[in-house]
Design a protein around this ligand. Sequence first.
Ligand SMILES: [Fe+2]
Ligand SMILES: [Fe+2]
Length: 353
Amino acid sequence: MVTTLDDTKRTAIARKLAEMKEIQKLLIENEQHLLREISDSEIRDRIQKMLDDDNKNLGIIETVNVQYGIQAEPSKNAKEIVQKLGQLMQSSELSLYEKVFQHELLKHQQVMSGLTIHKAAQKVGADVLLAIGPLNTVNFENRAHQEQLKGILEILGVRELTGQEPDQGIWGRVQDAMAALSGVFGSAVTQTTDKSDMNIQDLIRLDHSKVNTLFTELLASNDPQKIQEYFGQIYKDLTAHAEAEEEVVYPRVRPFYGEADTQELYDEQAQMKQELEQIKAISPSSSQFKDKIRQLMDAVGDHVRQEESTMFAAIRNNLSTEQTEQLATQFKAAKQRIQEKLAKQGPQGAATK
Ligand SMILES: [Fe+2]
Ligand SMILES: [Fe+2]
């Protein structure tokens, strides 16, 4: 009998992700505020570009939150800090230099949260690392923003202290520092550029490969506790994915994908749900458990192949780029709602009765 699937490590990472989202919103607010206060055109251009990146990165953080599969609230402390800092940035108590200084600290915090999540994910499991992959881009860009903010601070600081312009060469140094960074982050970044414009096929494919990774991790483990944790995540991910497909994707593709093929997908998912419920009732340490998991993995594999071959082809042939991106937004929202519903079913998670 599966008793508890509330994995504290996974939930702690979900909370950090939720906090990153709050910080990201504050970064955006701050930059909008700084644009209103700063008249220097070079500095304004740089902050405007930062704001564009940060808006795009908010979308990426939201995608990662949903992809991760567990919804959590930011801690009370984190919420309070965000609120206080927001007020401080809007007040007239701080000079422009001091505001940019606070902003740079906040960027630093965001970079460290992103890197910490990345390191923690390496400890928790390959599926978590996969889910948070797009965060690499956000971490890299925030790190590059920090370098730019250091340059801006130098200029504003010299002006505030002396009323004079600083020596030349600041932007050159900023440029060099950013070039050095792309060497450090390089490969991670090129793989994950432009994740803000993911279409429905991208999102579905990400889910499929995540659940495949979870199956592989589960089958490779002999620790009942770990097996239970992986099964809990498989249960939640498959449920949210399947329900979101049934709500958003299948009704949309039915007219051009065909009645029979679409119905087959519904039927296969109904079968999968039954198998999930059966497995839930078996002890993870029993020999039967992994046999059942293998059966489920095969069924999911067949289903996934059908979606990624004929259904994706039908989508490509019948929907415009904008339509597939709209569908992705709807799919993400539906999944988030379903994940929240699953979380409310109790502190022991979805895979318990
Ligand atoms: Fe499906
Ligand atoms: Fe699917």
